[in-house]
Design a protein. Sequence first.
Length: 550
Amino acid sequence: MATDAIAPIVDTHNVTNRRTNLPVSESIQSDKDFSVKGDVESPLSFESVSEINVAFYEPPDSYESKHRWDPKATWTEEEERKLRRRLDWKVAAVACLCFGALQLDRGNITNALSDNMLKDLNLTTKEYNYGMTLFYVSFLSAELPSQMISKKLGSDVWIPIQMMGWSVVAIAQCGLKGKSTFYATRSLLGLLEGGFIADTILYLSYYYTAAELTIRLSWFWVSLTTTTIIGSFLAAGLLKLRGHHGLEGWRWLFLIEGVLTFLIGAWAFYYLPASPTQTQGKFNRKKWFNEREETIIVNKVLRDDPTKSSMHNREGLNLKDLWLSLTDFDMWPLYLIGLTAFIAPSTVNAYFTLTLKSLGYTTFQTNLLTIPSNVLFIIFNLSLAFISRRTNQRLLATLVQPVWALVFLIVLVTIPDNVNRWAKWAIVSLLQAYPYAHPILVSMNSMNAGSVRTRTVASSVYNMFVQAASLVASNIYQPTDAPYYHKGNRVLIGISCASIFLILFSKLWFKWRNSQRAKIWDHWTIPEKEEYLRTTTDKGNKRLDFRFLH
């Protein structure tokens, strides 16, 4: 399509490229401009670059989509919009389905609890806590190894293998006999499920720009909550099978839902392609995209973040890469937020059904009463993501989550114990319906990594901290504090305050880091900047032309 078909998108006199931090108008040396626009606020979108700057971002020959890289390619907004809709159905929706399968198998334990599973297995609440601790320890221990395997085999291969593996263990739970088998299956589930989320996010990054990914990740976690709602309805029916063929209802729950997720994993093994330019094979006899569509996908992603071409999608990490990524101190503020921000909601969620049972609700009522909070969670989740995108504020939007938790935890601590059970349900449900900042933080983690190497490890490390939050959360409520957990809630209030402090600190940290670099970079002439780009050994987010998002 002719270049003149592209409508002017921005005022190039006021736009800068986050990677080069050069005013676009200063870098135009050709009548062939980059003309691309994805979702609003795309962090690295640049409408034109000089011929010399193009060379700095040319993909290596090892990059699987190098043959579609074209610095002079142009396309219309309408073309990209239509293609993005196709990607949403072919890629993002499938990722959501797979994530739903994960949630179904790891989350149905709370539904099983409502069917007196602990009593049937002669387990105490403390032993249940130990089992969940084993699950989370195994889950976070598998994060980095899983990412290393995924990076070598390819996410499209490793993700379905994980799914089928954990589904077999999920099915095996229908044969639980007591404490030892409960501990064993919890550990195996954690080992096989660990790394799945980070693997899937890395896979999605092949198809989407940073700004596009933030919104897709919101839908990604909406699929988790939607699955929780569906799981509640399924549980309400499946748990009524108690007594059929001598099996308790929770055993039927594990069996049927495990078979369902195994089938999804087997289908995903044949469905998922390796990359936008490697869609033929397995199930797909025809390529998903024609040459022009592949060119648009590849170039919009690389113009948003050129570092995504720095490694092949079947290229593994070595120990040096791993060490450099782990010691990247600029990523640690986000890891610490991931640890503190999710302890409070994870604690309340782990005991939600047990709390409702202690309030006198039946098994059927308990499962249905979890649905309203999940519906509100979806609404607040998407609302927070769109507010963050609209205001271009990430950490300030994230701040809403711990503040929300703090308010309702204070209410739980101060209300009388004999308050009406429906009022208690409403308060806990609103606490559970918190605005979910996880998609924003995951996207920030990916954007601020600055390289495929760091992004691969950072995704796992961040998720390890989030899972560590779940591990801590599973041990805050103690049996001696039941049924109102006043001491536990006071601990959660303190943790929420710590989370608020960390978020504000991280905001100031990234602003300070950007200003320190700007003092040097902004005073250089264009030739000096180009000389730096030509000779620097700085990599990823350590380059002077890199700016952190906050």
